[in-house]
Design a protein around this ligand. Structure first.
Ligand SMILES: Cc1cc2nc3c(=O)[nH]c(=O)nc-3n(C[C@H](O)[C@H](O)[C@H](O)COP(=O)(O)OP(=O)(O)OC[C@H]3O[C@@H](n4cnc5c(N)ncnc54)[C@H](O)[C@@H]3O)c2cc1C
Length: 425
C-alpha cells in the first residue's frame, strides 16, 4: 500500500552511522524499532559499546507506522494475564509496561523531541451498556494496579463525539499519543550522539558463533560482538529458526483523511486517542489539527489491494460517523506486527546464547520500550524482571496453519462483537 502520514510529515532528519574499518562491539542489536532503540539506550547508559543494525531505515517497521497510542498493558488483556499468572505476577508485569509508557514521555522531554507531538489521554469506548463488572473496572484497576481510569457516561461522550455508537467509556489519563516516526528518529539521533552506532540498510543475513562471541554476516561486511540481541518484530525472516517459527506476522491497516475542519469542530471534539473495546477494534485520533487517523482490520494473509482495504475502513468510519461518509483519504498504509500464540512478548536467551526480545503485537510502544530495558538489565546480569516473562516462551505457531487459525479467530471475534452489542444494548 502507500506512503504513511508519518513519513509524509516527518520532521526529523536522522543520518545513520558510517560503517567503520574494523567493527567490533560488546553488544549488537538486530532490528531498528522501538525495542532495539530502548535496549541500546539502556546498555549505552551503562557504558556498554553497542550497535543497532537495521536492514532498512530506523523505524521503518511497525514502530514507525503504528497508531501512535502509548498506553500500558500487553496484547494479552490484563484479565487473561491474571488468569494465567495470578494477580501479583500480573501486577508486576503491568507495572513494567507502565514504566515503558513513562519512559517514552521522559525521552521526549529529555531529548526535546517536540516533533513527537504529544497529545494527552485515551478513551476506551463501549458500544453497549456496561455490565456490572465493567462499571467496577476502574475501581478494580485502581485497587489492584494503582492505575487511574475514569468512567465516562454516554452524556459525557456526546459532548465530544458526534455519534450514537457509544454508550460508555473509560478515560486513561496516563496514556497519550505521538507521531511515532518523529519520536523514533529523535531518539535515534539522541542516543547516537551519546555513543550508540546505528546502521541502516544493513540486513543481518546470519549470526555465526565465533571465538569470544558472534560474527554477524551483514550487507557491507561482518560485524563482531560478544552478545547479540534479536529485535526483529513481525519480520523475523533471517532470524534463528526457532524465533522465526514462533512469530505470526499479522498485517493491519491505517488511513489518514484529507484535511476537513468539520472533523475537530463537529465530529471528534477531543484531542484524546479513541478506540472501541471490540475484540476486532477500531481506533482513531485527530492529527494535524483537522485530519482523522483511523486504524483497524487485521489479516494473517496481507493484501496489497489498497482500494479494498480503504473501502472497508471507510465503511467502519461511516458506521460511527455517518456524516463523514464522503471523507477522502490522503494516506493509507499497512504495517506488520509480530504475535506469539500466547499474545505476550517473548524475551529470553536461546541455547546458542543469542538473546531475543520480540512479539509485542499491537501494544509495543509502551511495553516494547519497557522490555528493551528488561533485556538490557538481563545482559548486565540482573535477570529478575526477565524472569517474569519466562513462562511466555517461544512457541511454535505452525506456519500456514497458524495463519489460517488467526483468520478464523478474527472472523469469530467480529461475529462475537456484533452479538455482544446486540444483546447488551
Ligand atoms: C498499523 C499498526 C498500528 C499499531 N498501533 C499501535 C499503537 O497505537 N500503540 C502501540 O503500542 N502499538 C501499536 N502497534 C504495535 C507496535 O507498533 C509494535 O508492537 C512495535 O512497534 C514493535 O516494535 P519492534 O521493535 O518489536 O518491531 P519493529 O518496529 O517492526 O522493528 C523491527 C525491525 O527489524 C528490522 N529487521 C528485521 N529483520 C532484520 C535483519 N535480518 N537485519 C536487520 N534488521 C532487520 C525490520 O526492518 C524492522 O525495522 C501497531 C502496529 C501496527 C503495524
Amino acid at each position: 500500500m502507500g506512503e504513511s502520514f508519518y513519513s509524509a510529515t516527518c520532521e526529523e532528519n536522522f543520518v545513520a552511522s558510517k560503517p567503520g574499518s574494523e567493527e567490533s562491539f560488546d553488544v549488537c542489536i538486530v532490528g531498528g524499532g522501538i525495542v532495539a532503540l530502548s535496549c541500546a539506550q539502556a546498555l549505552n547508559n551503562s557504558g556498554i559499546k553497542v550497535a543497532v543494525i537495521e536492514k532498512e531505515r530506523i523505524f521503518s517497521g511497525a514502530s514507525g507506522v503504528n497508531g501512535g497510542f502509548v498506553a500500558p498493558g500487553y496484547a494479552l488483556g490484563m484479565e487473561d494475564l491474571e488468569k494465567k499468572v495470578g494477580s501479583e505476577h500480573a501486577r508486576k508485569l503491568f507495572e513494567i509496561s507502565l514504566g515503558g509508557v513513562d519512559k517514552v514521555k521522559s525521552n521526549i522531554l529529555f531529548y526535546g523531541i517536540k516533533s513527537a507531538s504529544v497529545a494527552h489521554g485515551k478513551i476506551d469506548l463501549l458500544r453497549y451498556n456496561p455490565s456490572r463488572k465493567e462499571i467496577e473496572y476502574p475501581e478494580r484497576m485502581s485497587r489492584l494496579y494503582g492505575y487511574d481510569i475514569k468512567p465516562m457516561e454516554k452524556k459525557d461522550l456526546e459532548g465530544m463525539l458526534n455519534t450514537e455508537s457509544y454508550c460508555y467509556g473509560f478515560y486513561h489519563s496516563r496514556a497519550f499519543h505521538i507521531h511515532p516516526l518523529n519520536y523514533g528518529l529523535g531518539v535515534a539521533r539522541s542516543i547516537q550522539a551519546e555513543g550508540v552506532a546505528i546502521y541502516e540498510n544493513r540486513e543481518v543475513e546470519s549470526i555465526r558463533k565465533a571465538s569470544g562471541g558472534y560474527d554477524l554476516v551483514c550487507v557491507g561486511g561482518i560485524i563482531s560482538c560478544k552478545e547479540v540481541v534479536v529485535c526483529t518484530g513481525g519480520t523475523p525472516g533471517k532470524d534463528p529458526e526457532i524465533i522465526k517459527k514462533s512469530i505470526l506476522p499479522i498485517s493491519t491497516y491505517v488511513v489518514t483523511s484529507e484535511k476537513n475542519d468539520e472533523i475537530p469542530e463537529k465530529y471528534i471534539k477531543t484531542e484524546c486517542a479513541l478506540g472501541d473495546n471490540r475484540r476486532a477494534s477500531d481506533y482513531y485520533r485527530v492529527v494535524d489539527g483537522d485530519r482523522v487517523l483511523w486504524g483497524g482490520r487485521i489479516t494473517a494473509f496481507p493484501t496489497s489491494r489498497k482500494k479494498g482495504i480503504e473501502d472497508q475502513i471507510r465503511q467502519d468510519i461511516r458506521n460511527v460517523f455517518p456524516g463523514l461518509s464522503g471523507l477522502k483519504f490522503s494516506y493509507s498504509w499497512k504495517g506488520v506486527m509480530g504475535y506469539a500464540t500466547h499474545k505476550m512478548p517473548c524475551i529470553g536467551r536461546l541455547d546458542s546464547g543469542v538473546w531475543y526480545c520480540t512479539a509485542f503485537g499491537g501494544r509495543g510502544l509502551g511495553s516494547g520500550t519497557a522490555c528493551g530495558e528488561v533485556l538490557a538489565k538481563a545482559l548486565l546480569g540482573d535477570e529478575e524482571s526477565l524472569g517474569l516473562f519466562q513462562e511466555f516462551g517461544l512457541k511454535n505457531t505452525y506456519g500456514f496453519l497458524g495463519r489460517i487459525a488467526v483468520e478464523a479467530t478474527y472472523k469469530k471475534y467480529i461475529i462475537k462483537d456484533r452479538l455482544d452489542e446486540k444483546n447488551k444494548s
